[in-house]
Design a protein around this ligand. Sequence first.
Ligand SMILES: Nc1c(NC[C@H](O)[C@H](O)[C@H](O)CO)[nH]c(=O)[nH]c1=O
Ligand SMILES: CC(=O)[C@@H](O)COP(=O)(O)O
Length: 157
Amino acid sequence: MSKFIPVAPDLRLSPAPKLALLVSRFNTEVTHGLRDGALAWLAEHDIHDVDIFDAPGAFELPLMSQTLAKSGHYEGVICLGCVIKGDTAHFEFISLGATVGLMQAQLNTEVPIAFGVLTTYNDEQARTRSRDDVHNKGREASAACVESLAFLRHIRR
Ligand SMILES: Nc1c(NC[C@H](O)[C@H](O)[C@H](O)CO)[nH]c(=O)[nH]c1=O
Ligand SMILES: CC(=O)[C@@H](O)COP(=O)(O)O
């Protein structure tokens, strides 16, 4: 018979993990909202040991996050960014590069790398996902990173 194995139901980990938060400067008014949401969620879960780094844009996130993950200093990396559709195909390439690159980095390093990158059709969609409320996607990225690393701790113990 199958059984459900809850690994860390309340996501309060002991010892608390050290994390890296990598924040794209492109569309800063949005990415800083994501950053604040991510940090708020972490603080609510007693995670305070977080090093914050800037990235120029979403396209740079894969290499920079892979380097952070490989450094051995961090148990998880949370990437935050915002790509908003413009007039050209640029949006598709940046979004695809970031998505595929972050997945590759996560699998290459076996360190959780959260994808907190908005890929929206307009400014309003980006604003509603980066406000100081429960819909903030930075909060979601922090939760995903911590849940993944709780799982990895449990399986690798
Ligand atoms: N247009 C957006 C970008 N573009 C910049 C790229 O991410 C990159 O920094 C540049 O191509 C140099 O390599 N970045 C975003 O994060 N969001 C955008 O909407
Ligand atoms: C991510 C984008 O598409 C945007 O910043 C670039 O705009 P455009 O396609 O109008 O050059």
